[in-house]
Design a protein around this ligand. Structure first.
Ligand SMILES: [Zn+2]
Length: 169
């Protein structure tokens, strides 16, 4: 049994840890997505060791380093369609209770290119992102707004009642 006293007490990364972290990101202009260049998890999110802990979400660390903190019980969500993106300007902290519609609307799908520009048509990839966002604690309203669909539809997708052929769990 681990005793609480043995926990790592450091709350701030060293400069070196920060440099190493940002070097794993393809840093582009402010408006572009900044893709994570290393390991990505099953859902496409960058995953990395940081400050002695393994498997941390890269976009969450990017948000943390840029903004100084992620609020308690908050989840870091993307305003773009790109789970691997670590551009702090494409990230915001949200919770199921938060109403972040504004920031989502402002940053609406800036990464989207070409293909599925029909707002009423979700792609398989959208469905994966929707399920991941739900698991990350994003609200139905926020997701529905982001994908131009209804909260009911988002809920059915998240529960596997819609798009069940691509439901994996
Ligand atoms: Zn992005």
């Amino acid at each position: 049994m681990a005793t609480p006293k043995k926990r790592r007490g450091r709350s701030h990364p060293t400069i070196k840890e920060q440099v190493v972290f940002w070097n794993k990101i393809d840093i582009r202009s402010n408006n572009d997505c900044w893709p994570w260049r290393r390991y990505r998890n099953r859902d496409g999110y960058g995953s990395t060791g940081f400050m002695g802990r393994k498997g941390r979400l890269a976009h969450r660390i990017a948000y943390l380093l840029w903004h100084g903190h992620v609020g308690r019980n908050k989840f870091v969500c993307h305003t773009c369609d790109n789970p691997a993106c670590c551009n702090p300007l494409h990230l915001f902290a949200g919770s199921p209770r938060d109403n972040q519609l504004d920031s989502v609307a402002k940053g609406r799908r800036p990464c989207q290119q070409g293909e599925a520009n029909n707002n009423h048509m979700l792609t398989e990839n959208d469905v994966r992102i929707i399920r991941t966002m739900r698991r990350d604690g994003c609200s139905l309203e926020m997701i529905a707004n982001k994908f131009d669909t209804t909260t009911g539809h988002v809920s059915r997708i998240a529960l596997g009642q819609a798009w069940s052929h691509s439901y994996e769990n």
